[in-house]
Design a protein around this ligand. Structure first.
Ligand SMILES: CC1=C(CCC(=O)O)c2cc3nc(cc4[nH]c(cc5[nH]c(cc1n2)c(C)c5CCC(=O)O)c(CCC(=O)O)c4C)C(CCC(=O)O)=C3C
Ligand SMILES: [Fe+2]
Length: 346
């Protein structure tokens, strides 16, 4: 085993009301997010007592990975560090160094390519290593897992279960609506190694995952891929349609119910429990649409086992790679992949 640790790398979130604003400042520094948007998002966090669920979800995933490694004889310590809030990745990498870790793998809680979901995490790792100094452990990010059965199957089961709660008599007018975080269109068209094939790797992978989940869960139903949680100033174009606009448009065409599946995410963090369970659900209600939100993988044992499989496929030969899709994929992103967006003053 050429690796001596795994580090779980995630987004991070506040766990006390007084941490909400400093957290949001970390997320949006230099990114041109308007102050009104920040104030509105702060309210979403205050609605839940200033506690984002994401850190607790990471603790649970960490414990589940440790349990899975132990049960399968994989002797690899597991660490956890975030981009935006405690435990910050730089502190984690310092601890790893102090513990003698030399060559770690990183599992990032995002399945897809693109700047925010892949390149920025690699930049976070590089910055943390630079801050820790020349003896910092080498850290290699594991591959995109958008089409891994350990990710697709839990999403598909969740869609099936959600559908099961809707009136079967209305199935013919029910629709699957897959969502992911909207990103600026300029970021979408630079997602992937240049020359980027339109629509860019983020959108292409999401479309493929949506198709895989739909085919496994409900091949008879039509589906759409739409976007949620738009941020940024109104004059900057982001991926559209927004899920709320889309639900309203569906209601106008005679659709009676929707299953909303957030395939862009691995756990029920704030953008799921607020933007979907609250906002999108209210939009559906106002249009008389039956609405049910499908669960995210969380600590589904297949998702947890996937992390071990991703580690082992790195060590063993590539024949062991399990995947359901057909987009090109690789272990190591080229250095010029998913170039950073121009920084804007905040
Ligand atoms: C692609 C993508 C993912 C999926 C990949 C991944 O999982 O990493 C994701 C996840 C998340 N985004 C999150 C939270 C936020 N994202 C923001 C802002 C932004 N997200 C962006 C993109 C993404 N975001 C972008 C392009 C921006 C604009 C600013 C910038 O260019 O960076 C803001 C600022 C306020 C606002 O919403 O405007 C917040 C608070 C949380 C934590 C939720 C919790 O606390 O439970 C999670 C998991
Ligand atoms: Fe975000």
């Amino acid at each position: 085993m050429p690796y001596d640790a795994l580090v779980l790398v995630s987004f991070g979130g506040p766990e006390r009301p007084e941490d909400v604003i400093p957290f949001l400042e970390n997320v949006t520094r230099g990114r041109g997010v308007p102050p009104e948007r920040l104030a509105a998002v702060a309210e979403h966090y205050y609605h839940f007592g200033g506690v984002s669920p994401i850190n607790q979800q990471c603790r649970e995933l960490l414990a589940a990975i440790e349990g899975d490694f132990a049960a399968n004889g994989l002797d690899l310590p597991v660490y956890w560090g975030n981009r935006n809030w405690d435990p910050m990745l730089t502190d984690t990498v310092a601890t790893m160094k102090a513990d003698g870790v030399q060559h770690a793998l990183a599992f990032v809680t995002s399945a897809y390519g693109g700047f925010s979901s892949c390149r920025q995490y690699q930049d976070d790792i590089a910055k943390a290593r630079a801050a820790v100094g020349p003896d910092a452990p080498v850290i290699e990010k594991l591959r995109h897992f958008a089409d891994h059965p350990g990710f697709v199957e839990p999403h598909a089961d969740a869609v099936r279960a959600a559908l099961g709660t809707l009136d079967p008599a209305r199935r013919a007018t029910t629709r699957l609506v897959f969502t992911a975080h909207s990103i600026p269109t300029g970021m979408a068209v630079t997602a992937g190694p240049p020359p980027v094939t339109p629509p860019g790797r983020y959108v292409a992978q999401l479309r493929e995952t949506a198709a895989l989940v739909a085919a496994a869960a409900a091949p008879d139903l039509p589906w759409d891929l739409v976007w949620q949680s738009r941020s940024g100033p109104p004059q900057v174009p982001w991926l559209e349609p927004d899920v709320n606009d889309h639900l309203a448009a569906l209601a106008d065409t005679g659709v009676t119910g929707v299953v909303v599946s957030p395939i862009g995410f691995v756990s029920d963090h704030l953008e799921v429990i607020w933007d979907l369970d609250n906002e999108a659900a209210a939009t559906a209600k106002s249009r008389n649409l039956d609405f049910v939100r499908a669960a995210t993988p969380g600590t589904d044992p297949r998702f947890v086992a996937m992390v071990r499989e991703l580690v082992l496929e790195r060590v063993e030969d590539t024949e062991t790679q399990r995947r359901l899709g057909s987009l090109p994929f690789w272990d190591t992103c080229p250095a010029d992949c998913c170039t950073p967006p121009a920084r804007r003053p905040s």
